[in-house]
Design a binder for this molecule. Structure first.
Ligand code: SF4
Length: 325
């Protein structure tokens, strides 16, 4: 039997190149070798957007379309909707019995996210979403989780929860390991491309939109003239060369450092590489866009498959916990 991979995204907005570099690229590569599950995390989206349910509903198909457009093959990967697997909520409740509030409060990703969102007080659901995420992983006994580096504490928390469950009751769950993707800088030079920071290039961008955004992107501010020596390490455009033209990154580094390339020319090269990457994604998007019914069918059949696995796991879980009556 193939090992299982579980990934997913909070469906609060369409996906961007940061998602691609951080996780989607790995998911496409892994789907041939692993049994791959991809979750549209609508419940997790509610932990931060409980007052905007329509936004989450609107994004369900958009994110599914993004997945298919980047090359997630529905014959190889199972797409499913989190809220349609009630067993995940049940498992979350069982896990929450032995996870301390302090361990959640000290989770560095929760702390950073709460700060970024300006939370003075944390909602119970938000504070507990790493527990729910552990249930997402555990229900399908996934062993490999492609994530961005900010998710590493959550995978660690999952490993602890699984170990604790197995020690307390019976060894029915599986400890996962993280496969950490690269991080892509934002157009504003922030260390992370993110929708909430407004510094992202979306996967559905047209060639012109990519060009416009890159034109306005931040560069090394100390470069006034074309021949001024630059500092590629502090320039997001250099990061894009590394991500999308890795064969030329050394060359760009030297040309920038020695003042032998202007930022406009450097940006054109990065734009060309990004548009080259996005072109087949646009083509697949066009194919699926005309088939909304097919997307719905894929989500229904994928959710049925995931639910059948969840039901099996929960029989084992309840048996282990002596609550299978
Ligand atoms: Fe950035 Fe390229 Fe300009 Fe150097 S030449 S500062 S890497 S845009």
């Amino acid at each position: 039997m193939k090992e299982r991979v579980l990934t997913g995204d909070r469906i609060t907005g369409k996906l961007h190149l940061g998602h691609y570099v951080g996780s989607l690229k790995n998911r496409v590569e892994l789907q041939q070798r692993y049994e791959s599950f991809i979750m549209l995390a609508d419940v997790q989206a509610l932990t931060t957007h409980f007052d905007q349910p329509q936004l989450i509903k609107d994004n369900l198909r958009k994110v599914a379309l993004d997945y298919l457009a980047v090359g997630i093959d529905p014959d190889q990967s199972t797409l499913f909707v989190q809220s349609m697997i009630p067993e995940i909520a049940e498992l979350t409740v069982y896990f929450s019995m032995f996870v301390t509030v302090n361990s959640l409060r000290h989770n560095p990703t929760i702390k950073t996210e709460a700060k970024e969102r300006g939370y003075k007080e944390m909602y119970y659901g938000f504070l507990g979403y790493p527990v729910s995420q552990s249930a997402d992983i555990a229900f399908c006994k996934a062993t490999l989780i492609p994530v961005g580096e900010d998710q590493i504490p959550h995978i660690e928390q999952t490993r602890k929860i699984v170990r604790r469950f197995n020690d307390l009751y019976a060894p029915v769950l599986v400890e996962p390991r993280a496969l950490v993707g690269e991080r892509l800088e934002g157009l504003d030079g922030n260390s992370k491309m993110s929708k909430s920071m407004g510094n992202a290039i979306y996967l559905d961008s047209s060639p012109g939109e990519v060009e416009e955004k890159i034109k306005k992107a931040k560069t090394d501010p100390s470069r006034i003239h074309k021949h001024d020596p630059g500092h590629p390490d502090i320039c997001p455009i250099y990061g894009y060369h590394c991500a999308f033209r890795p064969e030329s990154k050394q060359d760009i580094y030297e040309q920038c450092s020695r003042g032998r390339i202007g930022c406009a020319d450097c940006k054109k090269l990065a734009t060309g590489a990004m548009n080259e990457l996005l072109e087949p994604i646009r083509e697949r998007r066009r194919q699926y866009e005309g088939q909304p019914k097919r997307i719905d069918e894929l989500l229904v059949s994928g959710t049925d498959k995931a639910r059948a696995i969840a039901k099996e796991t929960m029989l084992e879980v309840r048996e282990a916990m002596s609550i299978r009556y």
